[in-house]
Design a protein around this ligand. Structure first.
Ligand code: NDP
Ligand code: 13P
Length: 393
């Protein structure tokens, strides 16, 4: 097996190896610092850019969570930093054309390094800007809410559609667990949802191997499975913000990010549960409704996808059948941490829910259990059964 399986998260920066899957993998992130108090390492991590212009982006919440502190640490070390804070008020920041345009407009001339302070949205915006300008970026993570800190894709909203743009990896990732563990509990639930989504994402990947002979990297599967195991064991302790439970959550999010980064696609971390989440999100945004956190939606979608697998059990390829998680087990895990499990709780009505099951396979050009059910002529029947179970007759 490959040496990456023995590395700690922080050792994975600049990993470069020939993998047993037959491909060469490399992780171009220069510096990963995840742990207690690591925000103090910012001046070291950004050392190469001393004397040059830094551009810090945050929003009013993430400024309070870590932006102010990061700004002070850098300024006290004589870095030249211009800060722009998005004012989100009661709204949330949507990574769309408007927000992307504003971020570009505020960027000072001669910027040599972008420093994003936030979670999924700000990270994706910064990585997109970084990829298109060639200016490196550092992410100071504020919440263990999703697994995109180490990934190179940037799901953004363009013309109302959620599009995963190919972007770039961060120059540096700074995940101070003292800061991340203080994130709102709802964001911690989102992180757990995003991690549990890997149960069905990996099942979809195995289905794609069986049905369309898709490439699969066993090292990535092992990394995700091991991270999942520890995170699941400690899931109930997330309610109390138990240090170990939060650390395992951060580790699972980081390692799944690493797998996306080394294979260059989000397949190891994103399957049918993400298709449902993206479908709901686009519908909410089109109606100017709060779209709910990504990981919360992924968490709700995961037992639903598990149920689809259960309903197809009699005709699944054996290797996929062996992997398919049980709906009840995933729901119990979410409940043990206090997270939501019903689409009704986030305002998804019967019509949207049924439609999403029927159309989720159109969200991405990627083989999924939705495509499988459709090809077997069973999608309509399954969508009807699940909708009736949740919403009644
Ligand atoms: N690139 C990738 O591979 C991945 C990308 N994603 C993307 O990430 C996005 C979701 O990210 P997610 O992190 O869930 O949500 P957001 O980044 O949208 O965060 C929601 C809001 O939470 C607030 N917030 C963040 N940290 C803190 C904190 N410590 N204390 C208080 N408030 C805080 C911010 O305030 P405010 O309300 O002011 O905005 C923030 O905008 C989606 O667009 C999703 O598609 C998800 C997974 C992987
Ligand atoms: O959100 C993701 C992983 O958690 C990635 O989403 P996409 O697969 O849609 O790019």
């Amino acid at each position: 097996m490959n040496e990456i399986l023995k590395m700690s998260m922080n050792e994975m920066a600049e990993a470069d190896f020939d993998c047993s899957c037959g491909r060469h993998h490399s992780l171009s992130i220069k510096k990963i610092a995840i742990g207690k108090g690591v925000i103090q390492q910012l001046p070291d991590i950004a050392a190469e850019f001393k004397g040059k212009q830094l551009y810090m982006i945050s929003d009013n919440n993430t400024w309070k969570a870590a932006g102010e502190q990061a700004f002070k640490i850098l300024s006290d070390s004589n870095f030249e930093v211009k800060s722009h804070q998005f004012e989100t008020g009661t709204e949330i920041l949507i990574p769309d054309e408007l927000a992307m345009g504003r971020m570009l407009l505020e960027m000072p001339l001669g910027t040599a390094l972008i420093v994003a302070v936030g979670s999924g949205t700000l990270n994706d915006m910064a990585k997109y800007l970084s990829s298109r300008t060639g200016i490196p970026y550092i992410i100071v993570c504020t919440a263990p809410s999703m697994d995109g800190y180490v990934a190179d894709g940037a799901p953004l909203i363009c013309n109302g559609r959620k599009i995963s743009y190919v972007a770039t990896l961060a120059y540096g990732v700074v995940g101070d667990t003292d800061i991340m563990k203080q994130a709102p509990m709802h964001m911690i639930h989102a992180g757990l949802g995003d991690v549990l989504g890997k149960l069905t994402a990996l099942t979809d990947w195995s289905l794609a191997v069986a049905m369309i002979d898709e490439y699969r990297c066993e090292t990535c599967v092992k990394l995700v499975e091991e991270a999942l195991r520890k995170c699941i064991e400690f899931a109930p302790a997330l309610k109390e913000r138990n240090e170990e439970a939060i650390l395992y959550l951060i580790e699972a999010l980081t390692l799944t990010g690493v797998t996306m980064a080394i294979v260059g696609v989000s397949r190891p971390a994103s399957g049918s549960e993400h298709l449902l989440s993206h479908y709901w999100e686009m519908d909410f945004i089109a109606r100017h409704k709060y779209p709910e956190l990504h990981g919360v939606k992924v968490g709700i979608a995961t037992p639903i996808v598990a149920e689809i697998y259960q309903l197809l059990d009699d005709e699944l390829p054996p290797e996929t059948k062996a992997l398919a998680p049980q709906r009840e087990v995933v729901e119990a895990l979410l409940e043990s941490a206090g997270a939501m499990i019903s689409p009704k709780e986030v305002g998804i009505d019967r019509d949207l829910f049924y439609r999403s099951l029927m159309e989720a396979n159109t969200v991405r050009k990627r083989y999924s259990v939705f495509q499988y059910a459709k090809d077997k002529g069973r999608l309509e029947e399954i969508a009807g059964i699940i909708t009736e179970r949740i919403y009644g007759k």
